[in-house]
Design a protein around this ligand. Sequence first.
Ligand code: M6R
Length: 607
Amino acid sequence: MCGIIGYCGHRPAVPLIVEGLRRLEYRGYDSAGVAFVQGRDIEIIKAEGKLGQLDKKLEGRDIMNATSGMGHTRWATHGLPVERNAHPHLDSTGRLALVHNGIFENYQEVKDDLLTKGYTFHSETDTEVLVNLISEGLKQTGDVLKGLSWALRQAEGSYAIVLVDRENPGVLHAARKSSPLVLGIGQGENFLASDVPAFLPYTRDVVFLDDGDLVRLDASTWQVLRYDDLTPLEKKVHHITWDVQAAQKGGYKHFMIKEIFEQPKVITDCLAGRIDTAAGTARLPEIEDLPVPKRLRIVACGTSFHAGLWGMYLLEKWARIPVQVEIASEFRYRDLILDSDDVVLAISQSGETADTLAGIKVAKDLGASILGLCNVVGSSVARESDHVIYTQAGPEMSVASTKAMCSQLVALTLLALVWGRKKGVLSPEAQASAVRELADLPALLDDALPAMRDEAKRLCRLYSEAKSFLYLGRGPCFPLALEGALKLKEISYIHAEGYASGEMKHGPIALIDPKFPTFALALADELFPKVKSNLQEVQARGGPIIALTQPGVDLTVDHRWVLPTASGPMSTFLALPALQLFAYEMADYLGKDVDQPRNLAKSVTVE
Ligand code: M6R
């Protein structure tokens, strides 16, 4: 997830673009850059780090003349967060510059072909490949618009792009597919941006671009065309009434709820370039050449630990690898028995969690190899790991982790599929059906989320007086029970405890009474009969029950919260947002500071 902005008008473009980037910084912040035409050349100024670094580089530069240009604030997906990988990127001829938000999936194949045609590359990014592909399109068609359309017909993946042409500095071209891009329409000036806040001080009239739209704009005109055959399209202009803060949250009240609703897109992004539905296979290029581990230790904290625990069930089932999952703050101080046959999978959204980093160090010293599973590209965990898989979830702003866990679960599913295939223990049919189900998940979840939110709202109002909750689950639903309880306590400050259903009778059952609600995961899986009898034990003691369940499940409890049907592990991707939504709605109803709960930090960099 990056932020992009383009401007054509009558004001000095560069300061306006930088100001717009500042309002998009919540979308990514590892490097930033601007491009504009100065004399006969495209001038590109970029800097590693937050926008302040770009400000410093712009000081004293001659930037006030250009009245059009574009900018980018980056959240790395391909290539480290360093200056050479920052956008904008120039094509080999120096005529075109591009900013891009998204993932160009077949970039390696295209790059190999362009190299044979004499194109040269100076970064590790997919974006530099895309601008050169557009350059090749320009060469073949003799026209920027047609060349862009030619290139986009070959580009697989997602993109929101803006293109500057040295030969026509007052005109910008742009396009979108599966990454956001909006057009802002002003008086004698027009804007493009990933999100409305970028240009909100200048205009509130916007066109929300759709997938497959290609745009040509100058200071006084704009046109939207179909990307493939350049047919002109009619577009509705909307008038926005949000303020900047609301706009950054996409109109949602908090980042947390925005991020919960982003999960269908997060699943798509995490799967990008990693599944082939026609062939029924999953691939993780980052680890394809590595041997399958004999034993796996998963090390993580908090929500990432819960993701790891969930992954254990799948890795054991599909890849037949013995897995141990460890809380990093315990692991680091144990008298560990590890050697070079051990692989440690370190899971961390931020990649900066001190205990996880210390766990990596201990494991490395004992000779184990480290595989990182991180969201933040170039983070410490990524750098300390021998190999790294990125979850590609985009920046997570809310302290309570939601979409990051979803992406970790997708990546763990892929890992189980890949290792199961490589070991030959997972049948091609089982792989193909899992790949199909993964591909169907985003649409299924997207449809389900609004009704799930309504149900969460209704239920939390019935239980807002509760002082404590018990979350119960078995098998892969046990880590979900832990996560549901963690979410509720961290943002609503209601005490909650996650427990393995079968373990309840060994102690917590003493707590059950009519004022002590149980939140149960009673999904349609092979362990359901066991879960059902655990819930009967709760009912026998007068404890009220909310049960997350699925159609056809025979269960009578106080509140049946019925999720859509999904098979096996895919049900998790529906149950997880239900737990998140319940915690969110409860915290919001109780008036808590949802995005920044007391005593917590987004990344825990101290022991
Ligand atoms: O960045 P990490 O994944 O390493 O963070 C680990 C935990 O600190 C984190 O998941 C924490 O538990 C969240 N606040 C949970 O919502």
